[in-house]
Design a protein around this ligand. Sequence first.
Ligand code: ISE
Length: 339
Amino acid sequence: MDRREPLRVAVIGTGRMGADHVRRIDRAVSGARVTAVVDIDAGRAEAVAAGVDGCTAHTDPAAAMAVADVDAVLIASSGTAHEAALIAAFEHDLPVLCEKPLTPDAASALRVMEAEQALGHRRVQVGFMRRYDTEYVRLKALLETGRLGRPLMLHNRHRNVASAPFFTSAMLITDSVAHEVDATRWLLGHEITAVTVLRPTPSAGAPEGLADPQFVVLETDGGALSDVEIFVNCGFGYQVQAEVVCEGGTARIGDGHALVTHTAGHWGGTIAQDWTERFAQAYDDEVQAWVDATRRGEITGPGTWDGYAAAAVCEAGVRALEQGGRVEVDLVEKPALYR
Ligand code: ISE
C-alpha cells in the first residue's frame, strides 16, 4: 500500500489512551484520519465519534473492520480484549498499532504470533512508546556508537503519582514494569533470561494490600543486570529515569532538567503528573511513524515478537513476586518472520 490519500484508521477502545489517540490522529499527526471508533460502551463511542468529521461509532471491532473505509487499526482497548481484535484485523489483513500489552500473558501472545505467521507477513507494531522518546532514542544511539563500552547494568526508576483503583500487585509488573522490560531488551539488544522481585514494607500511601513499591531485577543473556524500582503511589509526580553503567562510563536520562528555575531562595523545576504528559512527544512520534510506515506499505518499530517476549518476562515476574526467588523466563525459539 503506497498511498497518497490519508490512512483511514479505526480506533478500538475510546477510554483514556484511545480517546487521546483519536485526538492525536485528528489534530497532531499528518497523513491519517479516524473513520471509525469502537467501544463496548456505545455512548462513549458515539461521543468520541461526534467530535471527528466522517467518523462512525461501533460496539464490535470486527464490524468496524468490515466497513470499506478502514485501512488500518489502532487497538487501545483493555489488554484482555487485544487478542480478539488482533485476530479480527488479521482476518482483514489490516496493519495494526496495538497498545501495550500485546496480550496479558505469554500463551495468548504466542497465539497472536502464530496467527501473524500464518498470514505470512508482519502486520503489528506494539505501542512501546518509550522507543520514540527523544531521551531514550539518544541513549540508544549513544550505546550503539560503542563509545561507552559494554553495558554492565541498567538502573531504572518508574514512579506514578497514584495507581488506578483496580490496580493489583501483579499489575505493577504486567502494566508498569512491562515498559522497562521492553526498554531493557531494546537498549541493550539482549533477551531477558530471569526475574527476581523484592518488596519492602509497602508504602503507607499505597492502597491496603497493594505491594507497592517493588524492586525488580532482570538478568539478560548478554550478562547484564537491569533493576527497576516501580512505585505507583509515590504521590509527587510521574518519573521515569534510566542510567546505563558501561565499562567506559555511564549515561543517564529522565531527570527532567528541561526548565530549571531559581527564585526566592530555591531552585528547581516541575514534575509531570502522568504518562500522557511525560511521553506526549513519544506518543506523537510513535503514531506518526506508524502512519508513515503503513502508507509506505511497511511495518516498523517493536513487533509481535517484542510483545510476546515482554509478556513472557512479565509472567515470570508475576511468579517471582508471588512465590519469591528467581524465576527463569521461558521463551520459544524466535520465528524466522521476526529475525
Ligand atoms: C500505564 O498503563 C502505563 O502504560 C504507564 O506508562 C505506566 O507508567 C503506568 O504505570 C501504567 O499503569
